[in-house]
Design a binder for this molecule. Sequence first.
Ligand SMILES: CC(C)(COP(=O)(O)OP(=O)(O)OC[C@H]1O[C@@H](n2cnc3c(N)ncnc32)[C@H](O)[C@@H]1OP(=O)(O)O)[C@@H](O)C(=O)NCCC(=O)NCCS
Length: 166
Amino acid sequence: MILVRRFENADWLAVWPLLQATFDAGDTYAYSPQSTEAEIHEAWVELPSATYVAVDLQGHLLGTYFIKPNQPGLGAHVCNCGYVVSPAAQGRGVASAMCTHSQAEAVSLGFLAMQFNLVVSTNERAVRLWQHLGFAVVGTLAQAFRHQRLGLVDALVMFKTLVDVD
Ligand SMILES: CC(C)(COP(=O)(O)OP(=O)(O)OC[C@H]1O[C@@H](n2cnc3c(N)ncnc32)[C@H](O)[C@@H]1OP(=O)(O)O)[C@@H](O)C(=O)NCCC(=O)NCCS
């Protein structure tokens, strides 16, 4: 059972080590592997419009995501999200549940579309999953990501319209 709910301050104790380990690996997000706790808290909790966690029935953390405007002002109707699933919980539909949840949340927050700016091309599970959930690859950024093991690799821009406005 996967429950997705708003992040509460007490969640940070479990969210922070998950984000730290994810960013430290340097293979999926551009955040510096040397990011401090304060920097990651700002990026994941303070700057976004909203942050969420996925938990099991016992309340154990399975994953987390944020939602924020992708651009200021005239681009602010397109949102951007970041998702991380605990390694122990991967392959069980947690990211699928969070992404589906985020699309509904985005609409209720007034966003009309969702954009992922830097999906690392070698992150095949993520690319395939986002495509299954209706996101199109709208562009490839040549060597835009400095992968910690593979060196410079391509990154994808992915986009999904959430609300059709005529
Ligand atoms: C990429 C990431 C978010 C995927 O999370 P996940 O929870 O493993 O993803 P899911 O389980 O929802 O989906 C993975 C696959 O399992 C399948 N699946 C979904 N529900 C399932 C279930 N109940 N049981 C088994 N498999 C399931 C999905 O259909 C998907 O299949 P696909 O690979 O053919 O698309 C996760 O690996 C992660 O956090 N990686 C590190 C950070 C990262 O890369 N974030 C994304 C940046 S763009």
